[in-house]
Write a protein that binds this ligand. Structure first.
Ligand code: HEM
Length: 456
């Protein structure tokens, strides 16, 4: 077996923590409270105060929750509470009929044909990112750089540029939101009454107002000016309608969905890109392979949609990275009616955590669960695996509507950069994953960026 890079992990607590220790640990890093047995068993059940919970990380159990008995497992209040202030009743936070019609209206917006037509925006952004890196003399903090790149994409495709949109102000508000309201509050999960305000809610309110005002003014400007030159996501959304009922979105629904795309569309993808660069910086054979592939397909030009079929290894790097660092590592669901998961009775009012992070590192499913190995996503390996063993975008009717969009932008940006630059460690300790709403590297990913000479 070849030596593979094994990035640092968070050591799971050997035995479940008490309530206060759990709250404290989860405030720091939700990964710190995933029990060790969640990596070796498909389900773990416990109680925290009055709340009974199950962590599910086995493919069969996840299939039941995501697909076979999906109506029994609506999204939990914990998650909705974190997101609702920013995205109100959007597709992501709705249930039942309110969800169904929005999904019918929005899914076609993200159909392959539309996403292909958004690719030129992504190509231009990839070029701008590559140009920014060419000016870098010092090691570069890649998370910030990738957030700028994917935010650039979302500004272009969601709002056709920044004329009505100060990206720096928006970005600062978004960061404030993640650090306040967006921080998983275990207090919610411990069954405190929902009307009791958490300090973070109050601190984050200003950030949400700023984000809403900016997105609303961009939408207003588009309504006034009519469709832009070459359709973008906002044009598609302005004309989206439920094919069954003809219903269109109200201005408030449009605002909240656009706001969600901006939030969901850029941070998650930037994290997948940043972690990928860290993996490659520490696995020079994998980086050689990825560079050779990108160079052969692209030379010095940025990637376009038509290149993607020629970049299979780079796709496997992204997929393997999202196995180790799923940007969305944990989801939560309520239970409506009694059910059974594996040998366990699951009761109304229990909380079910869908533990994607532990699924992807399960000792039962993966040969070297903590090692970086793009071979896990070679075509034969993918075909041999159950769909429910790898779920970075969720599954079933609520599967991520933006997964094609995310993967296209990630592949275009990553291959453009790898064709031109070599990424190497800048020294210092490796970052560790910290999960709140997403799985981020702490303290960031700082790499040296060197241009290949004469295309070598
Ligand atoms: C690497 C990037 C991304 C990851 C890892 C990701 C992950 C996910 C996951 C796990 C879910 C399912 C949540 C659940 O079942 O509770 C989801 C749903 C969703 N995602 Fe993504 N996402 C990404 C990018 C995007 C992008 C780019 C967009 C839009 C521009 C987007 C829009 C949505 C929406 C609207 C939903 C809700 C769908 C529904 O409930 O019907 N995501 N995403």
């Amino acid at each position: 077996m070849t030596d593979r890079f094994v990035p640092p992990t968070i050591a799971p607590p050997g035995k479940p923590l008490g309530i206060l220790a759990s709250v404290r640990a989860a405030r720091r890093n939700v990964l710190g409270i995933l029990p060790a047995i969640s990596f070796t068993q498909p389900i773990v059940t416990g109680t925290t105060g009055p709340a009974r919970w199950h962590m599910v990380q086995g493919p069969e159990g996840l299939r039941r929750i995501f697909l076979d008995n999906v109506a029994n497992y609506p999204k939990s209040e914990v998650m909705l509470r974190m997101l609702r202030p920013a995205v109100g009743t959007s597709l992501f936070t709705s249930e039942g009929d309110a969800w169904r019609w929005q999904r019918r209206a929005i899914a076609p917006v993200f159909a392959a044909r539309n996403i292909d037509s958004l690719a030129p925006f992504m190509t231009r952004t990839a070029e701008r990112t590559a140009e920014r890196l060419s000016a870098a003399r010092e090691p570069v903090e890649m998370v910030r750089e990738m957030l700028t790149a994917t935010f650039d994409v979302i500004c272009e495709v969601a709002l056709s540029g920044r004329a009505h949109f100060d990206a720096d102000i928006y970005s600062a508000a978004l960061t404030r939101y993640f650090l306040t309201i967006g921080r998983a509050s275990l207090l919610d999960f411990l069954d405190l009454p929902p009307w009791m305000p958490r300090p973070a809610d109050i601190l984050g309110r200003g950030a949400v107002k700023t984000m809403h005002r900016m997105v609303a003014s961009a939408i207003e400007a588009r309504r006034a000016s009519g469709p832009c030159d070459g359709d973008d996501l906002l044009d598609y959304m302005l004309t989206a309608r439920d094919p069954q009922t003809g219903r269109r979105m109200t201005p408030a629904e449009l605002l909240r969905n656009m706001q969600f795309f901006i939030v969901a569309g850029h941070e998650t993808t930037a994290l997948a890109l940043s972690w990928s660069l860290l993996m490659l910086a520490h696995d020079s054979a994998a980086q050689d392979h990825a560079h050779a592939e990108a160079r052969a397909a692209l030379g010095e030009r940025p990637a376009e949609a038509g290149d993607l079929d020629n970049l299979p290894y780079i796709l496997s790097v992204l997929e393997e990275t999202m196995r180790l660092y799923p940007p969305v590592g944990l989801l939560a669901r309520n239970v409506l009616a009694e059910d059974r998961l594996y040998d366990r009775p699951v009761r109304p009012k229990d909380t079910v955590f869908l533990n994607i992070y532990a699924l992807h590192r399960s000792r039962l499913l993966w040969q070297r669960p903590d090692a970086f190995d793009p071979g896990n996503f070679a075509p034969g390996a993918v075909a041999a695996r159950d769909r429910y063993e790898y779920l970075p975008f969720g599954a079933g009717p609520r599967v991520c509507v933006g997964s094609n969009f995310a993967m296209m932008q990630a592949r275009i940006i990553l291959s453009t950069l790898l064709a031109r630059y070599r990424f190497t460690p800048a020294g210092g300790a490796l970052p560790v994953p910290v999960m709140h709403m997403t799985v981020r590297p702490d303290p960031g990913i700082t790499l040296r960026v060197t241009r290949y000479i004469d295309g070598m």
